[in-house]
Design a protein around this ligand. Structure first.
Ligand code: FE2
Ligand code: FE2
Length: 287
């Protein structure tokens, strides 16, 4: 079921959020800057409105409720390729001038990783890293699917994009959640920290038994820009997190800057990715 509450869904497509991330973190010395879309003021306004809703509503209790609901995985069972095709149906109601569908974003990410000679689990991770966005197709609003993620249950860093919008988040006025550590202990490790709810955390739980740990960190924290770009939450991380975030850092440029001028040949690439899936994943995945 599709959420059609326009007031609650400011983005014309989920891509608007990602395009805005590229605008915030432009690639250093990128050769083909013109390839990336221009960020006109109206697009920035929708992204701003998106963050206003996201930051107001992603509370500690909201996250715990979503975890309880979605981590039962009782909605759909699909092969990896079925999930990719299912995710692609998202493009139907979005911005008509969008140039890449979801499958192409996944393939461009993974093919860029493959071209650089990285191990096959890394390639597969690139291919599936955004599958959690199927949350949108289960009726979840944009602000509970995409956007930069951040820890809940403790003070919001002012390094998070649009920090002023947290003024409308009730957790800010709750002394259990508004201190530096909140419900957590110093350097307790991110596995003990609840992140704002979205496609990253959801897919991590779907994949956690099947992929190597660096892959799981890439999936789980790829939208945690306040840490992997801004280093705002070192006080919650342990040494193991820091080691693993080297992989998150390695992954991020492929996610943001792998848009190639020629779209990938989906039909030709499919057998390779089905073989990769067979190597690491069960026949079907539960969503
Ligand atoms: Fe993502
Ligand atoms: Fe992505």
């Amino acid at each position: 079921m599709k959420n059609t509450n326009k007031e609650n869904e400011p983005l014309k497509s989920l891509e608007e959020w990602e395009d805005d991330v590229v605008r915030r973190y432009p690639e250093k010395a990128h050769k083909n800057k013109e390839e990336y879309r221009n960020y006109d003021a109206p697009a920035r306004d929708t992204v701003k409105e998106f963050y206003r809703i996201n930051h107001s509503n992603q509370t500690y209790d909201f996250v715990l409720d979503k975890e309880k609901d979605f981590l039962r995985f009782n909605r759909k069972e699909m092969t990896l390729w079925d999930a990719v095709e299912f995710l692609n149906t998202l493009v139907d109601d979005s911005d008509p001038d969008i140039d890449l569908d979801q499958t192409q974003h996944l393939l461009q990410t993974s093919e860029a990783i493959r071209a650089d000679g990285h191990p096959d689990w890394f390639v597969l991770t690139g291919f599936l890293h955004d599958l959690g966005k199927v949350l949108c197709l289960f009726g979840e609003p944009q602000w509970a699917v995409v956007g930069d993620t951040f820890p809940v249950g403790c003070k919001h860093s002012d390094k998070i994009v649009y920090p002023e919008f947290f003024a409308k988040n009730p957790d800010v006025y709750d002394e259990r959640y508004n201190t530096k550590y909140g419900v957590y202990e110093p350097n307790c490790g991110l596995d003990n920290v609840h992140m704002s709810w979205g496609h990253d955390e959801y897919l991590y739980h779907i994949m956690k038994d099947y992929l190597p740990e660096p892959a799981l960190y890439m999936i789980r924290y790829h939208s945690f820009y306040a840490q992997h770009r801004e280093k705002a939450y070192d006080h919650l991380m342990n040494d193991h997190d820091r080691e693993m975030f080297k992989w998150v850092d390695k992954f991020n440029p492929y996610d943001l800057y792998s848009k190639a001028p020629v779209p990938p040949d989906v039909k030709k690439l499919r057998p390779y990715y089905e073989d990769l899936a067979a190597k690491f994943l069960p026949d079907t995945l539960r969503f």
